[in-house]
Design a protein around this ligand. Structure first.
Ligand SMILES: *Cc1c(COP(=O)(O)O)cnc(C)c1O
Length: 392
């Protein structure tokens, strides 16, 4: 073959995944331990002289290894580590690489914010929170030799996009490691490692799993850098279960196809909302009026399934619209086959002060959609009927 297979093919064939009996996919190894022919064999595997399986919590299980090898191909990484949740991945990363301090840039997932601002700081790890566009403050902190820079792009719910290549370059000048939470874009739409990041993290609970039926996480990067992360994963007991690894491999086989449809559907809905008289503003990176449109076009190959918008009116009117939707389910989370709706002030950002909301650009009249794989005509019909209800 002259060209290497493209991502849609890699979703189905990538990695070392076939078993010795000829099954086209790795069967589920629902087992906690593996036996050896001799002590010499056992020690060869324990000491890493020989490839082999040993104990599932260490990740030395065929179902987990198969998943990780496929994830590494998709992330274009030397190695991937699978975890029992996105937060498990983020916490192991921060504990292994963040002891000299962690800088966060821009908006963060609520769990990450709580972990960093309340829990890691109580362990003596210094954490800094910098606005997405405040490069001067970022550089001032990097000069203090803070070890890890962590950010999301795009962020929730304003879909703010951060220039991964430029910021990684800057951080590397000061020897900081760079980790990107790539959950919103997914590995199909954005490749943080190719753009210069050291680690890419995803909550596999979202697009990678894609059916709102599993909880998992992944980190990819250079082998040597992941060793310390793997040790924290092992001893915090954050390993993915073999059943979930097996289920996730199956989900990955349709990932490229699903993301294509998420992208297409979201683009259509974003244009519909952008033209709608009841809508004040749409946040979707492919729209020319999105403040980060130009960066997004440079670093993303598709713009993903998340859209936020503000309606004319106030928080109560936004709630009325949300409650009038029939096809869109009112539920947190994102990235599944089914479309979901949330109002950030009553969900992900509930209870925040006016000042915090203002700083993060979140308003009461803002609504976030996770666009699923339904026929987009039906999604637009549902939005239309909900907008009509606002008139009465
Ligand atoms: C959901 C989410 C997480 C946490 O993932 P879990 O699998 O729920 O632990 C982290 N980051 C982002 C951006 C998320 O959306």
């Amino acid at each position: 073959m002259s060209n290497s297979p493209t991502i849609a093919t890699q979703c189905i064939h990538g990695g070392d995944i076939k078993d010795s009996l000829g099954s086209p996919n790795m069967p589920l190894y629902d087992t906690t331990t593996f036996k050896f022919d001799s002590t010499a064999d056992l020690l060869a595997v324990v000491d890493g002289h020989k490839e082999g399986y040993l104990y599932t919590r260490y990740g030395m299980n065929p179902s987990i290894k198969a998943l990780e090898s496929r994830l590494a191909v998709l992330d274009e990484a030397e190695r991937s580590l699978a975890f029992c949740s996105g937060m498990a991945a983020i916490s192991s990363l921060c504990l292994s690489c963040g002891t000299q301090g962690i800088i966060c840039l821009g908006g963060l997932y609520g769990g990450t914010k709580e972990l960093l601002s309340q829990q890691l700081s109580s362990l003596g790890i210094t954490t800094y929170f910098v606005a997405a566009n405040d490069v001067a403050q970022l550089e001032a902190l990097l000069k203090k030799k803070v070890g890890l820079l962590f950010f999301e792009s795009p962020t929730n719910p304003t879909l703010t996009v951060i220039d991964i290549a430029a910021i990684s370059d800057l951080a590397h000048q000061y020897d900081a490691l760079v980790a990107i939470d790539n959950t919103f874009a997914s590995t199909i739409n954005q490749k943080p490692l190719k753009l210069g990041a050291d680690f890419t993290v995803q909550s596999a609970t979202k697009f990678l799993g894609g059916h709102s039926d599993l909880t998992a996480g992944v980190i990819s990067g250079k082998k040597q850098r992941l060793q310390a992360v793997a040790l924290w994963r092992k001893n915090l007991g954050q390993m993915i279960a073999p059943e979930i690894a097996h289920k996730l491999v199956r989900s990955l086989s349709t990932l490229s196809l699903r993301i294509q449809r998420h992208n297409d559907n979201a683009l259509t809905v974003a244009h519909f909302l952008d033209k709608h008289p009841a809508v004040k503003r749409v946040y979707y990176p492919s729209l020319k009026n999105h403040p980060d449109h130009e960066i997004a076009t440079r670093q993303m190959s598709g713009f993903g399934g998340l859209i936020s918008f503000e309606i004319n009116g106030n928080s109560e009117i936004a709630t009325k619209l949300v409650d009038s939707l029939r096809l869109f389910a009112l539920a947190p989370s994102l990235g599944g086959v089914e479309s979901l709706v949330t109002q950030p002030v009553t969900s992900s950002h509930y209870g925040l002060s006016e000042q915090d909301l203002l700083e993060q650009g979140i308003t009461g009249e803002m609504i976030r959609l996770s666009i699923g794989l339904e026929d987009v005509k039906d999604l637009i019909d549902d939005l239309e009927q909900a907008f009509d209800k606002l008139k009465h």
